[in-house]
Write a protein that binds this ligand. Sequence first.
Ligand SMILES: Cc1cc2nc3c(=O)[nH]c(=O)nc-3n(C[C@H](O)[C@H](O)[C@H](O)COP(=O)(O)OP(=O)(O)OC[C@H]3O[C@@H](n4cnc5c(N)ncnc54)[C@H](O)[C@@H]3O)c2cc1C
Ligand SMILES: NC(=O)C1=CN([C@@H]2O[C@H](COP(=O)(O)OP(=O)(O)OC[C@H]3O[C@@H](n4cnc5c(N)ncnc54)[C@H](OP(=O)(O)O)[C@@H]3O)[C@@H](O)[C@H]2O)C=CC1
Ligand SMILES: CC(C)=CCC[C@@H](C)[C@H]1CC[C@H]2C3=C(CC[C@]12C)[C@@]1(C)CC[C@H](O)C[C@@H]1CC3
Length: 500
Amino acid sequence: MQTESSLEYVLINYRWMFVIFFLLPCTVLGKIWSVFEKSLWSRHSGLEHEKNVSNIQRQIRHRNQHAPDRVMCTARPSWRSMTIADMIYKKYMFNINVHLDGIISIDANLRIVRVEPGITMGRLIPILIESGWTVPVALDMEDLTIGGLVMGIGLESSSHKFGIFHESCIRYELITANGDLIICSKSVNTDIFESVPYSYGTLGFLTAVDIQIIPAKKYVKLKYRPIRTLEKMESKLIVETNDLEHNDFVELLIYNKDEGVLMTGKMTDGHKDTKKNVNRIGRFYKPWFFKHVESFLLTWKIGEEYIPLKDYYFRHNKSLFWEIQDIIPFGNHPVFRYLLGWLMPAKVALLKLTQTDTIKQLYDKHHFIDDFILPISTLKKSVQQFHTTLNIYPIWVCPAVLRPGKGLMHSHTTVDDMYIDIGLYGEPKVSEYNATIVRDLEIFVLKLKGFKMMYGGTYLNIDEFKTMFDHRLYDRIRQHLGCESNFPEVYDKVNRKVRI
Ligand SMILES: Cc1cc2nc3c(=O)[nH]c(=O)nc-3n(C[C@H](O)[C@H](O)[C@H](O)COP(=O)(O)OP(=O)(O)OC[C@H]3O[C@@H](n4cnc5c(N)ncnc54)[C@H](O)[C@@H]3O)c2cc1C
Ligand SMILES: NC(=O)C1=CN([C@@H]2O[C@H](COP(=O)(O)OP(=O)(O)OC[C@H]3O[C@@H](n4cnc5c(N)ncnc54)[C@H](OP(=O)(O)O)[C@@H]3O)[C@@H](O)[C@H]2O)C=CC1
Ligand SMILES: CC(C)=CCC[C@@H](C)[C@H]1CC[C@H]2C3=C(CC[C@]12C)[C@@]1(C)CC[C@H](O)C[C@@H]1CC3
């Protein structure tokens, strides 16, 4: 730390100044530019999409002629991706520009929206809601892309009902290693269709996705219930996730090893008295959502309110779950919210792009950002384990149903099984925290027949990784599509040697 330059010193010790006076204005300028850009080139036509697709095919054929020994990945730079890790494989793999981010069509009769993979949740959801529609699993961070969610994994508080994000996707358009465009769905190229999710771009490049849409309603009627003891949290969560009739959304925030707030929600258009009980949590001066939820714990009261649908979807976006408090510690103070809250949230990509090496190293050494997917019945056991090894709070718990199947990730039985995503983001408050502890946790999850989200990378070795994720169909499809010398394997993209 002695050798740091004065600029580095300021960037680290007063990062909030840099964020408030430089990054937030840049974020706002970026937003203004994207509105301007959209109005210039708003309507996306099928023809334009075809042009984009042939451009990718041209790049692949060029690579096949001139650099066949370099495996391919997308050219999306590491800093744009929703992960703290640097994907160093981008430096030596052959980069193909797949930046397609339009909405191709919205078909209200068939209830399908066809999009290009680069479109973000932050752009897609408002457009759908304006036309009266939404997607079954709407992710809560604006910058997540559809392509990244299909190829990686996406889950949300409606996943107990609709499953992982890709389960509402019914058709993919993919360009394979030799530059051919193929379509896969539940009725065409079914095995390829089943192998695409979680394949991290290692079977081909996605160029279009059809997503089922459902009617949007105005509000989410959200009920907050403070709960004491992990046993009760586990049992109540199980009861609420099974109640599909009343609960469109289920989420649990655990604030310490004994206390949490369970939230259950229902989409509704409300009634004549609803307006009195609407909380527009998306407004810039409103408190961070996790702090608002915590207030029900502090007062030990059951609460119920109506939240506008879009505000509910992006409830964790403003505070990047609770990550922003490390960067702007006073960001939830009313004075800050009323004066500068309208500038928030800072764009994750800009935070990542401008973090110095020292900040990155400090995050590596003193910070944990990861998600584990475990059987719901292991909530108590898992939280106890995370408490001993990490002691990070709040903990995000989001139930998600896993279906049986042949893809990389599926339930371990022949029926639907309920799992929970346990998200831990923050500074571990334990005396010893290092890579061995993280690896031990991954093994703990593996033993419980759980999974790990791979956006942060993994310390598992290849055999352990293959025990966690079923590679049988995936390997066959890779052979069938001629991927071997053209695309890396998933493990080559997610192990901690290439995702640092
Ligand atoms: C100024 C500052 C900024 C921080 N910013 C973030 C952040 O952006 N995101 C986040 O998750 N956590 C941040 N933290 C929390 C930080 O990660 C923990 O406080 C730190 O890991 C504590 O480790 P320690 O007790 O081993 O080091 P300490 O004994 O607290 O510090 C040892 C030396 O490291 C330096 N140092 C400690 N932490 C940091 C840091 N994060 N950046 C630069 N130098 C540091 C100190 O100046 C000191 O010279 C910040 C902390 C500080 C003090
Ligand atoms: N609530 C949630 O569920 C959350 C999920 N996440 C994680 O964030 C990630 C999504 O982030 P995002 O920044 O959108 O995506 P990324 O840029 O991180 O992409 C994720 C993976 O998808 C591949 N990919 C993306 N687009 C294409 C495409 N058109 N064709 C082929 N492969 C493609 C990428 O390949 P390549 O490596 O070649 O670029 C990469 O391996 C997911 O992995 C998800 O798990 C993060 C936060 C919240
Ligand atoms: C809900 C699920 C499944 C995951 C949420 C993960 C997020 C909390 C993280 C995903 C990318 C992360 C980054 C940061 C904070 C936590 C995430 C948003 C930073 C903004 C933290 C500050 C660093 O300097 C840059 C990071 C970029 C990625």
